[in-house]
Design a binder for this molecule. Structure first.
Ligand code: DCS
Length: 478
């Protein structure tokens, strides 16, 4: 047999993805046994009760069932602007949602994305340099696939990081070059650390080719400042790295001091030679923000300063998969061109989206404060994205007990938490963390009214756990 475990591609075996790892599997088992599980392991808002925005669903419903457009009562069920938008999107397709589109996505939707980027950043954007993808994940994989030629090609990745990056780099047989975010500086990024990481990688014969930033951060929740982005872009210029800007959480901002600024805008603001030379690929999605349409699998990437011959090659590779999801492309079109003031659906759309964002902002606060009120737990405020990433300072007794159980200490803690409370989290080791320091990640997505109860039950578990394992020998360090 060709497909046996022993003969499986080693890169497949090496690749790990903690968000659906051991904790998730145990939680699914417990759920089957009838235990109530609160799934905070995945940033999957609708799975935790978030309602879809009405307008985009109306438009896509009409696109999926175009015969409704000919129904005499369609105007009683759907607002006129939704009907008009459904006709608009259908006219962009070559045969409705059942037909493949161009492998880069529908030209009309790519144009809408370019217009959105131009409005957001104040600089022109070219639809020819925008590819629509099945979620941001597929875009990231396509680009890493083009960059990584073998194990000597390194990609700078933040630690902690979202494991899409570590997993894809393993799968493609490249080398992950970590740079550490500083927890005591609110998960800030120090460019000196970057230099050290690159120097160390080079001394091992690795050629560093690209750098990933996640802004706002997953799992760390920080928002990068404009000054920091400028430093990063300057660093990419001097080191000749392509910057992969993961900006999927750009709508998820919960403080006013540091609004989201795209890497593209900062790069263009820097002017020549940077704006003409630094290579940048930026990613976005319909899965996050107040949309949370994870199951639709819509995303895009925009390329800046990527040579036309490379763009052609990326197009060729995208063509192998024929076409991104067409209904997801329409979600993307709607996300980048939502109803405007004066449109029939505007008030409802604005009310719904504002309601979700304001609630997320309150939930970020409830969670951080809740964690910080617990014994031996410290947590930076979630400035953006959808996660809280508290540090759990484990007493030596707990480290010992974990060792005896054959578990990594944070996995041990998260399993106990799951068994006691039904709260399903992801251990910090799944994202990478400094040695001897332990974390867990939760989403801030459970319903706001359930939040106090969840945090109470977390606190009760944690404080009892700490008392049980505490002794006088000190703690895991920060
Ligand atoms: N980039 C980051 C930083 C993400 O957090 C995610 C999803 C993606 C890209 C990919 O999203 P889509 O493919 O859906 O566009 N975040 C996962 C997570 O950490 N929890 O849920 C999903």
């Amino acid at each position: 047999m060709a497909l046996e475990y022993e003969s499986l591609n080693e890169n497949v075996k090496k690749c790990q993805y903690a968000v659906r790892g051991e904790l998730y599997l145990r939680a699914s088992e417990l759920q089957k046994e009838g235990k109530k599980i609160i799934f905070t392991n995945v940033g999957n808002p609708h799975a935790l009760g978030q309602k879809p925005l009405t307008f985009p669903r109306q438009v896509v419903a009409l696109c999926q069932a175009p015969f409704l457009l000919d129904h005499p009562n369609v105007g009683m069920l759907f607002p006129a602007d939704a009907i008009a938008r459904a006709k608009h999107y259908l006219s962009l397709t070559s045969g409705g949602l059942g037909a493949y589109s161009d492998s880069r996505g529908l030209p009309g939707v790519r144009k809408e994305v370019a217009e959105f980027i131009q409005r957001r950043d104040g600089y022109p954007s070219d639809p020819e340099l925008i590819f629509l993808t099945d979620g941001a994940s597929k875009g990231v994989m396509q680009i890493l696939n083009c960059v990584i030629r073998g194990e000597r090609d390194g990609i700078l990745v933040p630690v902690p990081q979202y494991p899409l990056y570590s997993a894809t780099i393993s799968l493609l047989g490249g080398s992950l070059v970590p740079y550490y975010l500083d927890e005591s500086e609110n998960w800030g990024l120090d460019v000196n650390n970057l230099r050290q990481s690159v120097a160390q990688a080079r001394s091992q014969g690795i050629s560093v080719r690209a750098m990933v930033i996640i802004n706002p951060g997953n799992p760390t929740g920080q928002c990068l400042s404009e000054a920091n982005l400028r430093e990063i872009l300057r660093f990419c210029y001097s080191e000749k790295l392509v910057l992969l800007g993961d900006e999927v959480y750009q709508q998820n901002i919960y403080q006013d001091e540091r609004p989201f600024i795209s890497s593209k805008k900062v790069l263009m603001d820097m002017g020549s030679p940077f704006s003409k030379e630094v290579q940048l690929v930026s990613f976005h999605t319909v899965s996050k923000g107040y949309w949370g349409e994870c199951g639709q699998r819509g995303g895009y990437f925009e390329m800046t300063n990527i040579p036309p011959r490379v763009v052609e090659e990326i197009y060729k590779v995208a063509s192998i998969a024929l076409s991104p999801n067409v209904s997801a492309q329409i979600f993307m079109g709607l996300m980048v061109s939502p109803p405007k003031p004066g449109d029939i659906s505007y008030d409802q759309f604005a009310r719904e989206s504002k309601g979700i964002l304001e609630s997320l902002r309150r939930r970020a606060r409830i969670m951080t404060d809740g964690f910080n009120s617990c014994k031996n737990v410290v947590c930076n405020f979630t400035e953006g994205a959808m996660y809280s990433f508290p540090q759990i300072r484990l007493p030596p007794g707990a480290l010992q007990a974990a060792k005896q159980a054959g578990k990594v200490p944070d996995v041990f803690y998260c399993l106990k938490l799951l068994e006691a409370t039904g709260i399903s989290t992801v251990p910090g080791s799944g994202f990478g963390q400094k040695e001897g320091v332990f974390h867990l990640r939760t989403t801030i997505l459970p319903a706001e009214e359930e939040m106090p109860e969840i945090m109470d039950s977390f606190k009760k578990f944690n404080d009892e756990f700490m008392t049980q394992y505490e002794n006088s020998f000190g703690y895991s360090r920060m």
